[in-house]
Design a protein around this ligand. Sequence first.
Ligand code: MN
Length: 179
Amino acid sequence: MSLTTYRRKRDFTATPEPRGRTGRGAGRLAFVVQRHAASHLHYDFRLELDGVLKSWAVPKEPHPVPGEKRLAVHVEDHPLEYGSFHGRIPEGHYGAGSVAIWDRGWWEPVGDPHAGYRKGSLKFVLHGRRLRGGWALVRMRPRGSRARGEAPPGDRPGKENWLLIKERDAAAAARPRAR
Ligand code: MN
């Protein structure tokens, strides 16, 4: 796993964000959601895997209603230390704006997370304060990629569209009843 893209985008003499190391977390796999008021407000959804935070930018607040889908744009791996970051990224720098920790906790993969991540179908249980229970991240097939004979999305870094989906379970919020 590599933090090359993460580091290339940032000037660590100017931003308070961590430069980070790839490393091993302790025990439980961390998960964090950061509310990032950048040029467009979004929620950065991060899951620890292989010593980094796998990351998706979710334009709309994640919502624990079963079956409800949120676009989740896959972005570069972030260092584990990023999970504790909150603060202000200065104007003129990548991601300028404020970052707040919106939720954090740990996650449990359902099945092999490496195979799931590669395949673009990751199922897991979240143990956070806001987000709990069963969730899935599913990669959308890029439009026309087959016809153009492109490499499978797993071979290209970043910017793939995935969907974040709440699974039906006891932690799901009740869907508002139709009147
Ligand atoms: Mn962000």
